[in-house]
Design a protein around this ligand. Structure first.
Ligand SMILES: Nc1ncnc2c1ncn2[C@@H]1O[C@H](COP(=O)(O)OP(=O)(O)OP(=O)(O)O)[C@@H](O)[C@H]1O
Length: 381
């Protein structure tokens, strides 16, 4: 988070109706902004503390401010109010407040604050010409998938999966998905706009204009993020929206005509139907992602797939051999540290998750005698 952001002007103000997402109680609070930590297409994110009485301070929170009353952004509040998962950023308070700068009403979402984004973590390594350790890639990929398993089970599609929308704490290895500004609960047979998701991470069906897509568009984004962690830069960097498909075809080979037709029968853009490179997709995946080992390559080849219905589901991804190490080991070495740190709780599943995971539990979780004590109770019954 850059200096230009942190040096931007910050405020202190009274918010009259601050609602706690945990208790639903609403009260007056003093909000003290500390520094700007992010900004996006719709608003800004500031680090802030709040207090009801100037004695007890709560925080730090990341408060996201977006113009109130736009239908598009109000979904973010609705979704964050119902989600409760270790890999989804937690909403603590919310309120509206009139900005003294432009006199407009802004929705304020006060969320738990994490120190970094995955984008920053990836660029720290790549700018030093280093690879993100494979253990970290596994740890982060597993947690994104676990967050997706939970969201997708509700029908919630994030629709903007990318490294800057993934928060991490590199000292503990904890990861949380954030920015639900584009998220939507998808309903069967109801169209949704296809011009969604940041270009480099757009699933091929979105590129060709599909409007009946599924939560599998997030799985494509996940594949792009895993690939980016491995090679230190975005895997598919199309210079224009339609050229994005060309970048994908370079690695996967040409898209099948049936895939394009079933995605959008009216598509009349370029098809990139001629092979752009010789050799098999397998050899290209090996060349690109060799450092992931055979399990990593196998996983990526099953996730970066044109046909959404053939892409692995979240529970099948969690059950993949690529994550085998996480089950066997209890520690990891955070960046720059020589002392090992205990891995976050990866297998303490809620009853809801256990239902979604179903018969895959044996493949996902370590054998019971390997679970840490505090995890045992949650997974036994
Ligand atoms: N809970 C949080 N903890 C720490 N930083 C955060 C948090 N939420 C957001 N940020 C920071 O603010 C940035 C922008 O947040 P967010 O993506 O939610 O806003 P946005 O307006 O939707 O942005 P964009 O248009 O780029 O998607 C994030 O990339 C991150 O750097």
């Amino acid at each position: 988070m850059s200096n230009s952001l942190s040096s931007a002007k910050c405020e202190e103000f009274i918010a009259n109706d601050v609602t706690s997402n945990r208790s639903n109680n609403t009260r007056r609070m003093l909000v003290k902004e500390y520094k700007k930590i992010g900004h996006g297409a719709f608003g800004t994110v500031v680090q802030a503390y709040i207090t009801p009485d100037k004695q007890k301070w709560y925080g730090p929170f990341a408060i996201k401010k977006v113009p109130a009353q736009t239908e598009y952004k109000s979904r973010e509040l609705q979704i964050l109010r119902i989600t409760d998962h270790p890999n989804v950023v937690r909403l603590e308070y919310f309120f509206t407040h009139v900005s003294p700068v432009d006199n407009k009403v802004y929705q304020h979402l006060a969320m738990e604050c994490l120190p970094e984004t995955l984008q920053l973590e990836i660029s720290r390594y790549s700018s030093n010409k280093l690879e993100l350790p494979l253990k970290h890639v596994k740890l982060y990929s597993y947690q994104i998938t676990r967050g997706m398993l939970y969201l997708h089970a509700f029908g919630i599609c994030h629709r903007d999966i990318k490294p800057s929308n993934i928060l991490v704490d590199p000292t503990t290895g904890v990861l949380k998905i954030c920015d639900f500004g584009s998220a939507k609960k998808l309903e069967q047979n109801q169209p949704s706009i296809s011009y969604i998701c940041s270009r480099f991470y757009r699933a091929p069906e979105l590129i060709v204009g599909c409007t009946q897509y599924t939560t599998q568009i997030d799985i494509w984004g996940l594949g792009c993020v895993i690939g980016e962690m491995l090679i230190g830069k975005a895997v598919f960097q199309g210079q224009e929206p339609l050229l994005q498909l060309r970048e994908i075809a370079k690695l996967l080979g040409p898209p099948d005509k049936k895939f394009i037709f079933f995605s959008n029968p009216a598509y009349d853009g370029p098809l990139f139907s001629k092979p752009l490179f010789s050799g098999s997709p397998q050899s290209r995946f090996e060349k690109h992602f060799g450092h992931a080992g055979s399990d990593g390559i196998d996983l990526l080849m099953k996730v970066l797939v044109y046909e959404p219905q053939l892409r692995l589901s979240p529970r099948r991804i969690l059950a993949h051999a690529f994550f085998g190490d996480l089950k066997k080991e209890e520690y990891f070495f955070p960046r720059g540290q020589t002392q090992p740190v205990q891995l976050p709780n990866l297998f303490q599943f809620s009853q809801f998750e256990l239902q979604v995971i179903g018969e895959y539990l044996d493949k996902i979780a370590p054998p019971k005698n390997k679970l840490r004590n505090d995890e045992e109770t949650a997974t036994v019954d």
